[in-house]
Design a protein around this ligand. Structure first.
Ligand SMILES: Nc1ncnc2c1ncn2[C@@H]1O[C@H](COP(=O)(O)OP(=O)(O)O)[C@@H](O)[C@H]1O
Ligand SMILES: [Mg+2]
Length: 275
């Protein structure tokens, strides 16, 4: 459903030569000669329908850069991201022009951000946020839109008596539930979740995680879950990647990765998570 190959992003005007002297073996992701920041480099993975892939690594390791390049929030320096199209073919979304990219985000590829203000218009009601996504997909009948928005919000456990309140009046956990309702509104085939529960209180995060796990199972969407928290990756994913200094240093089954990490950096991460 999603196949990413050779994905690389250098922030600023840099090119592939700036990668020289960066990466885990050099202990830095900033080019020693030009100062260019390597956001991610040589990242590749595949995710099937109904599968969730985890991406783990400490802050600054390049996880969000990978997501943003696939989503089109950032322009990749190099690489491809193929998704299955509605006609059963394949297309490299990296090659799409900006308008095709925007339409992709309506019903094929959805994102849930750590910061709800990136995924939602906080001044608009919960129902309005979901309705926006439906009208973008061509829904026109007011009653149908309202019913579908209510159905989605009910599924993500947003109290329907709050449906017409601006999202700015919602708690962090409820905002993430509205983001999920909006992201799933048009049944995308690919869902990217970037630290969806980071910053929430532990008890609230647990409820949102339960919901995400159920939604992933129900919808059969191909999901990529980014987190710096092993508990999140363990709960939601079967396979995962470890990122360090903008590179993938290890990939494998999540259980095995936790039990028997191979790369020294993964060993450190797992050790830290165990306390
Ligand atoms: N817009 C940007 N401009 C310049 N550098 C950036 C930008 N966004 C991220 N970076 C840099 O790219 C690297 C990877 O960041 P990011 O992908 O946000 O990591 P993570 O999500 O794992 O915390 C970091 O060195 C970060 O400072
Ligand atoms: Mg990030």
């Amino acid at each position: 459903m999603l196949r990413v190959e050779g994905l690389g992003k250098i922030y600023g005007p840099g090119g592939p030569a700036d990668v020289e002297g960066t990466g885990p073996e050099f202990g830095r992701s900033v080019s020693p000669s030009t100062g260019a920041v390597v956001g991610c480099w040589d990242v590749g993975f595949e995710v099937a329908a109904g599968e969730a892939l985890g991406v783990i690594g400490e802050s600054g390791s390049g996880k969000s850069t990978v997501m943003r390049c696939i989503a089109g929030d950032q322009t990749a320096t190099t690489g491809s991201a193929h998704i299955r199209t509605v006609d059963g073919g394949e297309a490299d979304v990296m090659g799409f022009d900006p308008s095709r990219r925007r339409s992709l985000r309506v019903d094929e590829l959805a994102v849930v951000y750590q910061d709800p203000s990136e995924g939602l218009d906080l001044h608009v009601s919960a129902g309005g946020n979901v309705a926006d996504r439906l009208t973008a997909a061509g829904w026109r009948n007011f009653g149908d839109i309202r019913r579908r928005a209510a159905e989605l919000l009910a599924r993500t456990e947003v109290p329907l008596d709050r449906m017409d309140d601006p999202v700015s009046t919602f708690s962090g956990g409820m905002r993430q539930r509205v983001q999920l309702a909006k992201a799933l509104a048009n049944q995308p085939s690919v869902l990217l979740l970037d630290e969806p529960t980071t910053g929430l209180d532990a008890s609230v995060a647990a409820g949102v995680l339960d919901l995400i796990r159920d939604l992933l199972q129900e919808t059969g969407v191909a999901a990529v879950v980014v987190s710096h928290d092993f508990a999140v990756i363990e709960m939601l994913t079967r396979r995962s990647l470890v990122m360090h200094h903008s590179r993938v240093v290890e990939a494998g089954l999540t259980d095995q990765l936790l039990e028997d990490p191979q790369h020294p950096y993964s060993q450190r991460l797992v050790g830290a998570a165990r306390g």
